[in-house]
Write a protein that binds this ligand. Sequence first.
Ligand code: NAD
Length: 294
Amino acid sequence: MTQTIAFIGLGNMGGGMAANLLKNGHAVHAFDLSDDALARAQAHGAIPADSAAQAVAGADAIVTMLPAGKHVEGVYGGDVFGAAKPGALFLDCSTIDVGTARRVIDAATARGFDMVDAPVSGGIAAANGGTLTFMVGGTDAAFDRAKPILSAMGKAVIHAGGPGNGQAAKICNNMLLGATMVATCEAFAMAKKLGLDPQTFYDISSVSSGQSWSMTSYCPVPGVGPQSPSDNGYQGGFAVGLMLKDLKLATEAAAAVNAAVPMGNAAAALYQLLVNQGEAARDFSLMIEMLEGK
Ligand code: NAD
């Protein structure tokens, strides 16, 4: 069933996601504070709006893909709920803290709307290609309504439980990713110092117990393993700054529930050092160069 969907936040990720909704036959009413982002969405066939409220008016569903919790709280604290038609479904796909996600969903519920938090795994290429994984928090009814819309933008849509659980899954996953990337980088750096050829170490470890996604799908060593950002000067991929953002969300969430996350804390400190070196924009597998002292 094709629907009219308001899309707020058409940046690196949202631009491709909205284009995939259009490809699947949905009508998209777009709003972004950036005129450039809005113009790119219009070029894909979206109808530009002058405000979030104007985009939302008449929409069956509203998707937000914003930088951080304060932007999400800003948009939902405005007049979007007041502008939405009764029965509209809200989906926030931004990566934000669990507390903000739950507060915004509570506000939607109090106004009689279904809403899910649905953060994504996969970067800009997956957003453009429609191959994102969505981790969804919300009631069964809200999830059932959200699934067909999210399926138009991704390859997997998984119900993680009640409101906020999508964000919980996302930050636990990315904390694991940050820690395994650091561990993979330090193992390659040490192997080299011990006289092991990186390709030989890959051939051994990729079929041994040290294997991980960071090694076999995203090897930080140029020329080793399948094509990855390390083969392209650590350009593209998942930015160091975004990894640090997610690790901070994870370690703050851990502190709030008294969870011990020594590896997550170590990864956060190391990614902070890379950001301090001015490397926020390059891919997070760049960690290997810092550990090699380059
Ligand atoms: P981005 O900065 O490229 O895009 C965000 C867009 O939101 C911008 O175009 C900005 O102008 C717009 N915006 C900000 N405040 C707004 C407001 N009040 N009203 C309307 N528009 C507003 O960010 P991105 O890379 O697209 O990331 C979006 C979200 O996806 C973030 O939460 C990020 O953590 C998450 N994410 C990103 C990646 C990635 O690889 N880029 C991967 C997974 C998840």
